[in-house]
Design a protein around this ligand. Structure first.
Ligand SMILES: C[S@@+](CC[C@H](N)C(=O)[O-])C[C@H]1O[C@@H](n2cnc3c(N)ncnc32)[C@H](O)[C@@H]1O
Length: 267
């Protein structure tokens, strides 16, 4: 069956080409607020070898590497050169210009990685089922594949109420859970709540720059009309530099590769 979620997305490459210059600025507060939660949730240890799939500019991977005091660089898999061009000079990362599909299709990657991380990138996979099967092969026993999907994001939701921008799709979460199980991983799910501050000016610049693909289909005029409505209602008493508190929730679905003894007992 074709992956209609992916086909509905307008032009992912075009989007990330355009957003690459400002990506780090748009996501700085989000990255900072999620750092500790990610490292704790995946129980990242200094000796681990980790892959960040859809790493974007590798800003977040660089933060993770430093925070978790990793001994080996994080392998950053990203298909778009404009995004990886921003990774030059970053410490603790090994950029690989490939999509997740192609990277994990390499059969020589067997019992190799301790952690495989997707932050807001899993939904871009064209054939998630085979990618997850290949990831299972590439994980060491006890290794974890951790998939983080934003499910709520208060500042963006305010904007969706006054425009035609779409909220995050929830259609894939059940499927993700099932596909991880089918890939023979022990699966768990949980919610992680983040809070972070954005100035009003920063929020408007993120909306104008279409910081997430959900905004891609809106015209410049539609975005300006939406900002105008926020300006006249929700944010009318705020100055440009006043801070808006944001709440975001990630649904984290992660699978652990069982060692062969556990596997035999489970079957
Ligand atoms: C919303 S961004 C998230 C970037 C980064 N994980 C972060 O949290 O800052 C999604 C990323 O997935 C990448 N991507 C798109 N298609 C992909 C694919 N087939 N395989 C791996 N990554 C992909 C995009 O280029 C983009 O960098």
């Amino acid at each position: 069956m074709p992956d209609t979620h992916f086909l509905r997305q307008p032009d992912v490459k075009g989007h990330y080409n355009k957003v690459a210059d400002n990506f780090d600025d748009y996501f700085a507060e989000i990255h900072d607020s999620q750092l500790q939660s990610v490292v704790e949730k995946i129980d990242l240890q200094p000796h681990h070898l980790m892959v960040d799939v859809g790493s974007g500019t590798c800003r977040f991977a660089e933060q993770v590497h430093k925070f978790a005091q990793l001994q080996k660089p994080i392998i950053c898999v990203e298909p778009f050169p404009e995004m990886l061009a921003k990774a030059k000079g970053r410490k603790g990362v090994l950029p690989v210009l490939r999509g997740g599909e192609e990277f994990f299709n390499d059969a020589s990657l067997c019992d190799w990685f301790d952690r495989v991380l997707f932050i807001q990138s899993y939904h871009h996979l064209k054939d998630p089922s085979s990618v997850l099967q290949n990831i299972e092969r590439s994980l060491r026993p006890g290794g974890i594949c951790s998939i983080w999907n934003l499910t709520t994001h208060s500042c963006f939701e305010r904007f969706t109420r006054v425009t035609t921008a779409k909220l995050y799709s929830s259609s894939r979460h059940e499927e993700t859970y099932r596909l991880l199980q089918q890939a023979n991983l022990k699966v768990e799910r949980s919610n992680v709540l983040l809070t972070y501050d954005l100035t009003k000016a920063k929020l408007y610049s993120m909306l104008r720059g279409r910081f997430i693909t959900n905004l891609y289909e809106l015209t410049d005029q539609e975005i300006e009309d939406g900002i105008d409505k926020l300006e006249k209602n929700d944010f009318k008493s705020l100055q440009e530099d006043d801070v808006i508190e944001n709440k975001a929730t990630y649904l984290v679905i992660q699978g652990t590769k069982l060692n062969s003894i556990n596997n035999n007992m489970n079957s």
